[in-house]
Ligand binder design. Sequence first.
Ligand code: G3H
Ligand code: 13P
Ligand code: ZN
Length: 306
Amino acid sequence: MNMLANTKQILIKAHQGKYAVGHFNINNMEIVQGIVQAAEKLRSPVILATSEGAIEYAGINFLYELAKTASELSSVPVALHLDHGKDLKIIKQCIDLGYSSVMIDASHEDFEKNVRLTKQVVQWAHKKRISVEAELGTIGGKEDKVHSRGIIYTNPAKAAEFVRRTGCDFLAVAIGTSHGAYKFSGTAKLQIEILKKIKSQTNIPLVLHGASGVPAEIVKLAEKYGAKLSGVQGVPEAQVKLAIKNGINKINTDTDLRIAFDAGVRQAVKEHPEDFDPRHILAPARELIQKVVEQRIKLFGSAGKA
Ligand code: G3H
Ligand code: 13P
Ligand code: ZN
């Protein structure tokens, strides 16, 4: 494809076809390549996403150019999205640079302020045909710059009012997931009844954050080479399938990629302590990222939809 793909087109197709497309967080070249190789192999559209923390780490131009190059070299649609935009200056920068879509995350503000900020971003973005994801309710967990105290489930009636008043294109919903590797202390259970109501009252593509599966085989591999991951728990595949069946069309995954990358680096360093060539350390991480993304794409039902 000769330019970044259009997130809205990708997600409207998923909304109509009742499947989900993966949003995968990127921080460096190897992660981008692992993700896009998986999408290419399975003929799936894919959404690459940069958090504000990733932008701070790598620089917005580096990440933008990596995604654009990946898209140009690929024969499947590759979109670039800003994840959890909280800083209006960064959101504006992404819009000006030509991201496919941006997220305004004002979910920590009160309802009226969330509406006001989201409306402002929608106004900026739509002028340039860039689509907007917003969030209502709070997703649990804590990462670098993304954190919240607990989960407040999205109220379906408020969600309908929010979408109507803001004109946002996609809505991130809080139905029990949380960011990071420690999602549930007991049984994992998503609020599917709430999701059903939100979908029927908004009728737009819905987004599931904090959706990593934390697959046992990758955790085991990382642990075998020294990672300390006791107590980690992801969203079980059956729950993800149920969420897709009931209206989720975009699924965010970062933690699974982090654990895969970590496992690959640890294995390479431990098994070949005499080898200090970065390419030999990072290539296995890239391969594991590809493997995990392939599993996600198959689970989401987007294989063959490119
Ligand atoms: O949802 C958050 C993403 O996993 C990004 O996390 O802010 O640590 O880059 P980060
Ligand atoms: P995970 O931590 O479950 O991978 O969620 C990532 C996410 O929601 C990014 O926005
Ligand atoms: Zn998130």
